[in-house]
Design a protein around this ligand. Structure first.
Ligand code: URA
Length: 450
């Protein structure tokens, strides 16, 4: 059996598979495995960058079927270690967000769900471009270590039920190599490729269930709702084909989530929500995602019950305590939870004023993230260092009235070299009109896979 499989693989040629995809063919599972292992493990025959780059472009243009997407996800998942957390108590549940501006729910729901008795093994990412990253935000807490070995990660999970680390060399190494190539070849924005990339990493965490927060709107990766829905459908389907419970919430990213974007300010905003305060949109979405995690993790019989449990974890202070414990176990200074002044802060501040009066009808949300990165509060290139104190505070939300000369936002900054550029970008990203917008778009647009 093994021998005939080996013969089959050695007879395959990458060039034939590139041609097949170029001509809209559908790959078999073996063909996908051949491409992934030949590229990432250098198994005979070794496939070079240029052939995978050509195949990626063919796949980008022709698309991948659900069967191909599942096969690609599985091949990438098994390119490294798949964690076995069966010795830890409770179901293992995670959440993945496709990212946006001010999106910080991971840091709220991990302690809520862990306090409620489930295990949350989160392998998170860094910010790039206009989106923020969970790991970068955590690193604004003095001493916090996101680079735990898998053994240390297991220890933290055993001790407190939640752990947040970066991708290690052992987890889905194929994704790391293929993603770098996609980034350099204009082949990122493909539903099949995105799905395989995200799901291979998440499923390698050894989880039983996954809640997806697929963002849509001007600050999201998927700007159009129909694209977000399509991506969500493919991810839900792929996860289910692989035996996991998966739901996707399509949520609004037409304006920032919460009141702040930046690194230490977002930690403070999470502490606010965990202390039963904080902005309503951030609180509501965090409770909703936690409720689904409780339900899928079989901790509650319904989403309603999960919602009540999530609220109880916040109001009782249990989630806040869990957050402190998680910080301590990962080497961070837990005192930041009670004394937020211990977090890095920018030295200067300036308001961005409205040039006209009326109502806020919308925002170009992506530009807020770009402006933040311009000031050092994000990365423009992978190797850029982040200034954790740089921040934006948003004073106006869509539908709010605004007077001419009133503050739309406040910039907290340390270096003023690109301040005027950032200021103009933010001012231009608020759309103001005389008429109040009639419809209020819901925060949660749709739920798929329930
Ligand atoms: N995030 C990922 O991890 N992979 C993608 O392909 C896109 C976003």
């Amino acid at each position: 059996m093994l021998r005939s499989r080996l013969i089959l693989l050695t007879r395959m040629r990458a060039v034939d598979l590139i041609r097949k995809k170029r001509d809209s063919g559908e790959h078999t599972r073996e063909e996908i495995e051949f491409l992934v292992s030949g590229y990432t493990r250098g198994e005979t025959p070794k496939i070079p960058d240029y052939q995978i780059a050509a195949w990626l472009m063919a796949a980008w243009i022709r698309g991948l079927s659900l069967a191909e997407t599942t096969a690609l996800t599985e091949a990438m998942l098994h390119s490294g270690e798949v964690l076995d957390l069966s010795d830890l108590p409770g179901k293992k549940v995670d959440k993945h967000s496709t990212g946006g501006v001010g999106d910080k729910t991971s840091l709220i729901l991990a302690p809520i769900v862990a306090a409620g008795g489930l295990t949350v093994p989160m392998i998170s990412g860094r910010g790039l471009g206009h989106t923020g990253g969970t790991l970068d935000k955590l690193e604004s807490i003095p001493g916090f270590n996101v680079n735990l070995s898998l053994e240390q990660f297991r220890h933290v999970l055993r001790e407190c039920g939640m752990g947040l680390i970066g991708q290690t060399g052992e987890i889905a190494p194929a994704d790391k190599k293929i993603y770098a190539l996609r980034d350099a070849t204009g082949t990122v924005e493909s539903i099949g490729l995105i799905c395989a990339s995200i799901m291979s990493k998440k499923l390698a965490e050894g989880i039983d269930a996954l809640v997806l927060d697929v963002k849509t709107g001007s600050g999201a990766f998927m700007k159009r709702e129909e694209d977000a829905v399509r991506l969500a459908e493919v991810m839900v389907d792929t996860g289910k084909r692989m035996g996991k419970k998966v739901v996707a919430l399509i949520t609004d990213m037409d304006q920032p989530l919460g009141r702040f974007a930046g690194h230490s300010v977002e930690i403070i905003e999470c502490i606010e929500v965990l202390s039963a305060r904080g902005p309503a949109d951030l609180r509501d979405l965090s409770i909703e995602l936690s409720a689904w995690m409780f339900f899928l993790g079989e901790r509650s019989k319904s989403v309603d019950e999960g919602r009540r449990l999530a609220e109880e974890m916040v109001s009782s202070g249990k989630a806040r305590e869990k957050f402190k414990r998680g910080i301590r176990l990962q080497g961070g200074d837990e005192r930041v939870v009670d004394e937020t002044d211990r977090l890095p802060k920018a030295r200067s501040r300036v308001d961005v004023l409205s040039e006209s009066g009326g109502y806020i009808t919308g925002t170009n949300c992506e530009q807020f993230g770009t402006a933040l990165a311009t000031l050092g509060g994000g990365r423009e290139k992978k190797e850029d260092a982040i200034d954790p104190g740089v921040a934006l505070e948003f004073h106006k939300r869509v539908g709010d009235p605004v007077k001419k000369g009133e503050a739309l936002a406040t910039i907290y900054y340390n270096a003023d070299a690109r301040l005027s550029e950032a200021r103009s970008m933010i001012a231009a990203s608020y759309f103001v009109a005389i008429e109040q917008p009639r419809e209020k778009r819901p925060l949660i647009r749709r739920i798929l896979g329930a």
